[in-house]
Design a protein around this ligand. Structure first.
Ligand code: SAM
Length: 311
């Protein structure tokens, strides 16, 4: 079990509260003077902790699909010769390592999903609670927005997407309502889509009858599709045995059951093949205190594996 550890050298940046900090540092056992890659550096909160562990002779590589967040990480971490930052998708992690001139690292961290500043920015279109363009791209260079999917996919394709990516049981009703609404007018904003979903489910988001907003699952499903999150995670996880040094550790923090299930299955298969040892027999979740202090941490699950010394 994780034990209490020292606090970070750099205070967590405003705009996003990193989750499971103590657990990440305790379980990743970052070697002093080693090399770590934060594959989803976000605003640099976890990265600051990793840097602290690496010490003055270590190297931290950071990457993010969102160029805006990468800039924030750069500002928050400050200029340093021991930090190299790259705009990129973690499914291409091996290309980033190649750019640095290395093939393996001691530590890998991926903190999946979106950061609070992305969620809270209406212009990014991730949230149903504020009006904004229906975008949802983490990387603005991606060709397809959520509005494209909502307006172009067939009713069956939409229903399948919403069901498979978020297990929304009312997916068919929602897809039908979307197709009827877009017949009259293109769906371009977050609140427009949220209203359509609420009406389809005959639910008032303010009634607090259910714990979550009626559009929560549909929005999540669209975000997963726009950013090809599951395919990317599968590719990233498969690369871990190739990019970890013997004894090196990788941690993945996930926020929904599809991501966590994917990691669990992949890690078990790697263990069977003798590539890794599983450090977390069960996923590590936030303490009650962390959940209270940072409600957005409540669904976080951390799984850690260690590369075996021989294949
Ligand atoms: C939860 S935030 C990470 C926060 C970070 N750990 C911190 O402490 O500030 C997730 C980040 O992952 C990035 N991201 C999502 N999918 C990605 C992908 N496929 N490749 C690289 N970055 C990705 C998002 O843009 C976001 O900045």
């Amino acid at each position: 079990m994780p034990t209490p550890s020292r606090s970070p050298a750099i205070a967590p940046p405003a705009g996003h509260q990193p989750v499971l900090c103590r657990e990440v540092i305790d379980l990743l056992a970052v070697p002093r003077g080693g090399c770590a890659i934060d594959a989803t550096i976000g605003l640099g909160g976890h990265a600051a902790l990793l840097l602290d562990e690496l010490g003055p002779d270590g190297l931290l590589i950071g990457m993010d699909a969102d160029e805006g967040n990468l800039e924030l990480a750069r500002e928050n971490l400050g200029p340093s010769a021991k930090v190299r930052l790259f705009h990129g998708h973690f499914e291409n992690i091996e290309e980033v390592l190649k750019d640095v001139g290395i093939t393996t690292v001691d530590t890998v961290l991926a903190d999946l999903g979106i950061s609070s500043n992305q969620l809270d920015d209406p212009a990014r279109g991730f949230s149903f609670s504020t009006d904004g363009p229906l975008d949802m791209r983490m990387d603005r260079q991606l060709p397809t927005t959520a509005a494209d999917l909502v307006n172009k996919l067939s009713q069956t394709e939409l229903a399948d997407l919403i069901y498979h990516n978020a297990q929304e049981r009312a997916s068919r009703r929602i897809a039908r309502a979307i197709c009827m609404a877009r017949h009259d007018q293109r769906i371009t904003t977050t609140t427009q889509l949220a209203d359509i979903i609420c009406k389809a489910l005959k639910q008032n988001p303010d009634s607090h009858r259910s714990k979550i907003h009626p559009a929560t699952r549909s929005f999540m499903a669209l975000r997963i599709a726009v950013n090809r999150e599951l395919e990317a995670l599968e590719q990233f996880v498969q690369a871990l045995p190739r990019i970890l040094k013997p004894g090196g550790r990788a941690g993945v923090i996930s926020f929904h059951s599809l991501e966590d299930g994917l990691c669990k299955r992949a890690f078990r298969k790697m263990k069977t093949e003798g590539c890794v040892n599983i450090i977390t027999k069960r996923p590590i979740t936030p303490t009650a205190q962390e959940r209270r202090e940072n409600p957005r941490s409540r669904s976080a699950k951390l799984r850690v594996v260690e590369r075996t010394s021989t294949d």
